[in-house]
Design a protein around this ligand. Sequence first.
Ligand SMILES: Nc1ncnc2c1ncn2[C@@H]1O[C@H](COP(=O)(O)OP(=O)(O)OP(=O)(O)O)[C@@H](O)[C@H]1O
Ligand SMILES: [Mg+2]
Length: 290
Amino acid sequence: MASLFSKLKPKTNEPVQVPNGKVIAFLNQKGGVGKTTMAYNTAFALAEQGHKVLCLDLDPQSNLSLLFGAEKTGEHHLHHLLINSIRELAPLHVSSLVGDILVRKGNVDLLPTGQELSGFELTVAGISAPRQMILKRFFEKNDLLNEYDYIIVDCPPTLGLLVVNILCASQGVMIPFRPDEFSRKGLAHFYEVLEDVTEMGLTRTPDVLAHIPNMVDLRRKQEVTDLEKISSEMAEGTTVEPFFNRAQLVKSQAQRKSVYDFKGKDFKQLQGQFTNLANIITNWNEHYEL
Ligand SMILES: Nc1ncnc2c1ncn2[C@@H]1O[C@H](COP(=O)(O)OP(=O)(O)OP(=O)(O)O)[C@@H](O)[C@H]1O
Ligand SMILES: [Mg+2]
């Protein structure tokens, strides 16, 4: 028995190194507000600044994977890696490793996903290990926070177990939203879920780094009123300058490119706005206290 326990003991008393990487989630349970668009372009903005960036597509719709040209049908993807990381689900394990699934576009890596991820909640329903901590453990087991400076997570438009996993594994959250009454209610609900996560006491609550008004039309009075109302209800200084409805974003996505792939003058403003989002993340990180 003694030999079994000695195997489990750490070999030395060296302090455990806390990894430097940060997980940043683009989150809003409302659909179509710009989570994928913002996550994708901010990842490239961070990479432009020289950071090592990994994107994670945690939405079964696989839109981020599509932007990387890496939709997965009939192949292993992130869902299988997550299941692989759960010891109790050994009968479901596959042979693929992170390196087999990783794809690269320009200077950004991605772990793509596919349809099977929609069955995640059901697949893990019966395990006895904490189901909210699967993603966090996956990062730890694969040492991803030592590998990358930033892991950018694209979230599904829900507040289910997958998103709770994302909240438990993230240090920062970015919230794109449309300025309307529905969004206001949605944001209030999100903050309730964040409180629930805090109360679970499993991990440190992530910081909300920015609220990002998207597809804003200042010609509509009601939108301006709703935007002002929402901004005043959020923590001071966290609502960034709005993104307007921009044909350039539609064009770049149709070509599966980021705004940084275009040299024209008409892309300068968007590039500046995404660089600003990257700066918000890096400035926050510089002052992040463990
Ligand atoms: N500022 C913008 N100007 C013009 N089109 C935009 C803008 N932001 C996003 N879009 C477009 O709006 C659509 C929805 O955006 P996106 O897919 O990023 O939202 P989402 O929140 O990720 O949606 P879902 O909840 O379904 O995952 C996309 O077709 C995208 O190209
Ligand atoms: Mg999306």
